[in-house]
Design a protein around this ligand. Sequence first.
Ligand SMILES: [Mg+2]
Length: 255
Amino acid sequence: MASSHLLFLILLSVFISTTFSSPSLIRLPTGHRKFGLNDDLYCDSWRLSVETNNAGEWSTIPSQCQVFVQNYMTGQRYLSDSVIVANYSFAYASSVEIATDGKDAWVFDIDETLLSNLPYYARHGFGSEPFDEESFDEWVDLADAPALPASLNLYNQVKEMGFKIFLLTGRSEDQRNATIKNLLFAGYSDWERLILRGTSDQGKLAIVYKSEKRSELVNEGYRIRGSSGDQWSDLLGFAVAERSFKLPNPMYFIA
Ligand SMILES: [Mg+2]
């Protein structure tokens, strides 16, 4: 037993010394270590950590992941991941018994949930550039964002089932008209209420603001059966939905 322990310790020390002293070891800006992973493999694992919220708060995508994120967002994978989320959302929604009192609610986030800002982010490095509020607001004013196809489909399905639809967005009240114009342009209609950040909501973390607004719906007697959002701050906090559905978004993080 003693000799096998010794052998194990020797092998472990050889592994540690070769791994950690390797000149090819790349130190990432975040302090992470790549351990010789190629960019595709590293970035795919980074994306998993981001989607599962293991990464916690982050600002911009790792520079070596720009091509990966671009390929993910513009290829079939983003659409496919979104379709699967919508399919599970639909399956759950179908299992809900809708009451006749009109109080069964579904909450949708807007950006990267109902609407895709991919045309904007394609011009801004797919999340590799720090967020620029001014240029993003100009983009919002154009009201030109297309629908995320899987979400539009789900939206129409839950609407037909009889859910009351609430749109809860971090956009500001002064963006209401542009947002309505864009939603209609993208094919959305007949929502119950569009909730935007008012003056008293400015400066609040999204997770607080959105929880407070959901809480108000609960106080009005709504049962929030489902919620769809691309950020964990759309879904967590308090007054959370009975089921929450996280859409993919490897381009940015909102606390
Ligand atoms: Mg969003």
